[in-house]
Design a protein around this ligand. Structure first.
Ligand code: DGJ
Length: 740
């Protein structure tokens, strides 16, 4: 068991050789958190790392005592984890140790997605019960340590064992007090079509945070933050990652207090949260993951990728090769009929595509975005033989058929709205704010979830559908549910997400062999919560190759390539108008779940030949791209961002593909070496370029190179001074490495 309990010191040590978490029950019964980070030797006392003894804050108010689940109002003036108003209206809880249990494996969380152990031998979980005696509120804090992973999963159950109701105002998933604040805070922020750009700032005294109050995790910030030392880079140095397995309003915050320590907290955003806890009721707090690495941000990402790909994602598609798809959205938008779709699918099939996805516009009378959301019946003007008719024509071509849906939405112009106007979120007596000309369904109401489960079960069962793209194109305004009494409206946002998870659960269980891809106007809900249901997500609506360098680089900080859908689109690009070479577009999209988002019938013969070759190349390296170790080499957020490079390395390090992208061509730019990472230093690799016709590059790198040389000296990218003139802007090359 990698969880030790020492009753003399009242100390827990969770350890696996890669990470240590040391907790201690202080003299007053508070649970202290003395260390979380690099592994510490077993069998030793670490009580000296915290105040010893600690009889409570009496006469020491404001001391930076490291606590596992802090409350407010009893001497700790930093940001709390748990705030609840008890029957008398007071909010000062004193949580004291009652008992604990150590169990093999990892218990699931009721109604919420979480990481899991497939076998109890993969993890151990410590559950510590703390209680606030006067109110009867109890908290079961859960800490899971996984075998072979430098990370701890945390969650909590808050139980009202008292006689009177209590009102939760804040129930965070994770709190971690670090002994110094000499860290830089790394985040993933942006906007629609510009998601998950890397931000990196020094911590300063006071509070710094990212959050969402939109009802979804959002395009703007991701429920993720990392801390790194100023000297930590991709491959070296200490770093922590914090990730919340949740898709709704969140807060990720670091507070630097006057003595110079730092408190990290992560969980449901408190200002838009409230929860009435009746006597006997239990509130389940979402899971948070904290990972530690001494091998830089790259080391952290590799660990998160493995966990999210293998023990958060689940089901039929978790370990399977994902199909190369074509999506008709940018090819046709709303203007298509069955013959047009079959024409696109046939051409794409001939090029090697394995799955056709019918996007928005197949239902109700949806010729633009003003109408029909909620009317999940086929538009026979466009598809006279129904979904089944078009799906069969396409599957007869020998490829799969996928379908777009947007379950959580309703158009004011729809039959559903005529029948159930009260199902759209809004506050009676106040105007509703529209966004993309649509409203949001009240997923907090069980009858709405039941209705959607019924109609979508019918849709998905009505045709041979192998893939679903689940979209969500607006955020929530006027949050309110008539199903909740006035004093419980604070529960709305969390109940919305619980309803959405419930619908996901029912549909994925009912259709276990359908591959679900999550989407929210691109990557507006790209978070670990949805990865538990949909093993891949539409990374961004921005399909421009150069914009995607930043988006995919940032996304890769936390999320594995197997979760990132990436497509080649037409030029000029529909989001930014940029014209990039077809080879560059593929060289970027290869590093994820690959596909196309264009009209293949409009391609010229050379482009078709090139695309067929791209698909052949991807299929030949699919496992490497989807499941290999992704190593970031040179980033779009470093220096002038003109040169970007990354690579994928197979699990056995026998094969790798490295990519180099040069955004703008520069005259007399000087020689460039690309130092690789993640290879076997003792292996000898045969290096080839893709596309294969790049004569001078092939010449410069021809022959066999040792892994040690490729990592220390690198590949030669500018063999001749004049080459930039030939290459032009937006140039990319892939290097294929095969161990001899
Ligand atoms: C937003 C998605 O991200 C797009 O790919 C497309 O599905 C549109 N919605 C359809 O409305």
């Amino acid at each position: 068991m990698p969880i030790d309990w020492d009753p003399a010191d009242r100390q827990f040590h969770l350890r696996n050789g890669q990470v240590s978490l040391v907790l201690r029950v202080f003299e007053d019964g508070t649970l202290g958190q003395l260390h979380l980070g690099a592994p510490l030797p077993a069998g030793r006392s670490y009580r000296h790392l915290g105040p010893d003894p600690f009889p409570g804050f009496s006469n020491r108010v404001g001391s930076p005592v490291p606590l596992a689940y802090p409350t407010s109002g009893t001497g700790d003036f930093r940001v709390p984890s748990l705030v609840a108003a008890t029957a008398d209206g007071a909010t000062s809880l004193a949580l004291h140790y009652r008992d604990h249990r150590i169990v093999a494996g990892k218990p699931p969380l009721d109604g919420l997605p979480s990481t899991y152990a497939e076998d109890p031998s993969e993890a151990d979980t410590l559950e510590v019960t703390l209680a606030d005696e006067p109110s009867g509120l109890e908290v079961d804090l859960r800490f899971t340590v996984f075998v072979g992973r430098p990370m701890i999963a945390r969650s909590a159950l808050v139980r009202n064992a008292g006689a009177a109701p209590a009102d939760l105002r804040c129930a965070m998933s994770l709190s971690l007090d670090l002994p110094d604040a000499d860290w830089r805070m790394v985040g993933l922020s942006g906007a629609w079509a510009r998601e998950r750009h890397v931000t990196d700032r020094a911590l300063v005294p006071g509070r710094q945070s990212v959050s969402s109050v939109r009802g979804a995790s959002g395009h703007e910030h991701n429920p993720f933050l990392a801390l790194r030392r100023a000297t930590t880079d991709e491959a070296h140095g200490e770093a922590y990652a914090f990730s919340l397995v949740y898709s709704g309003n969140f807060l990720a915050e670091v507070e630097v207090e006057p003595f110079g320590t730092a408190r990290v907290r992560l969980g449901i955003e408190p200002s838009t949260f409230g929860w009435r806890l009746e006597p006997g009721a239990v509130f389940t707090v979402p899971e948070a993951i904290v990972a530690f690495s001494a091998d830089g941000l790259g080391g952290l990402s590799a660990e998160l990728h493995d966990l999210f790909r293998d023990r958060l994602a689940r089901g039929h598609w978790r370990d399977r090769a994902r199909p190369v798809l074509i999506n008709n959205w940018e090819a046709t938008y709303f203007g298509f009929d069955a013959d047009r779709l079959v024409e696109i699918a046939t051409t794409a099939r001939d090029l090697g595509v394995e799955l056709f996805v019918l996007d928005d516009g197949w239902f109700g009378a949806r010729d633009d975005d003003t109408t029909s959301l909620g009317d999940w019946f086929v538009d026979r003007r466009k598809l006279p033989d129904g979904l089944d008719g078009v799906a069969r024509r396409i599957t007869e071509l020998g490829i799969g058929f996928g379908l777009w849906i947007e379950p959580e939405m309703i158009s004011e112009r729809s039959r559903l709205f005529e029948a159930h106007p009260d199902w759209a979120i809004g506050i009676p007596g106040r105007p509703r704010t529209e966004s993309r000309q649509q409203l949001v369904l009240d997923m907090a109401r069980p009858e709405v979830v039941d209705h959607l489960a019924d109609v979508l079960t019918e849709v998905l069962g009505s045709a041979p559908i192998t893939y679903v793209k689940w979209d969500m194109n607006r955020n929530i305004t006027e949050p309110f549910s008539p199903s909740l009494p006035p004093d419980r409206q604070g529960e709305f946002f969390h109940r919305y997400i619980l309803g959405t998870y419930e619908l996901y659960r029912r549909l994925t269980e009912r259709f276990p062999e359908i591959l679900f891809e999550s989407c929210a106007g691109g990557g507006g809900r790209f978070d670990p919560g949805l990865l538990a249901f949909a093993p891949q997500g539409w990374t961004s609506d921005d399909t421009d190759a150069i914009e995607r360098l930043a988006i995919q680089w940032g996304t890769s900080l936390a999320y594995p390539p197997s979760s990132m859908a990436a497509h080649v689109a037409a030029v000029p690009n529909h989001q930014v108008g940029r014209i990039t070479p077809l080879s560059t577009r593929a060289a970027v999209a290869f590093f994820g779940v690959f596909g196309y988002e264009l009209d293949p019938t409009a391609l010229d013969p050379e482009e078709r030949i090139e695309i067929a070759e791209q698909i052949r190349f991807y299929k030949a390296h699919r496992d490497l791209f989807q499941r290999g170790r992704f190593v970031r080499l040179a980033g779009p957020f470093e220096g002038d961002g003109n040169r970007v490079a990354w690579m994928s390395v197979s699990g056995d390090r026998r094969q790798a593909v490295a990519a180099f992208y040069q955004v703008l061509s520069r005259a007399e730019a000087g020689p460039v070496r690309l130092r690789l990472g993640g290879l076997d230093p003792d292996a000898v690799y045969r290096v080839s370029t893709w596309p294969a016709y790049d004569e001078s590059l092939s010449r410069a790198n021809r022959g066999d190179r040792s892994g040690a040389e490729l990592m220390a000296a690198g590949l030669v990218l500018d063999a001749e001074r004049w080459e930039n003139a030939v290459r032009g802007d937006f140039w990319a090359r892939l290097f294929v490495l095969d161990a001899a």
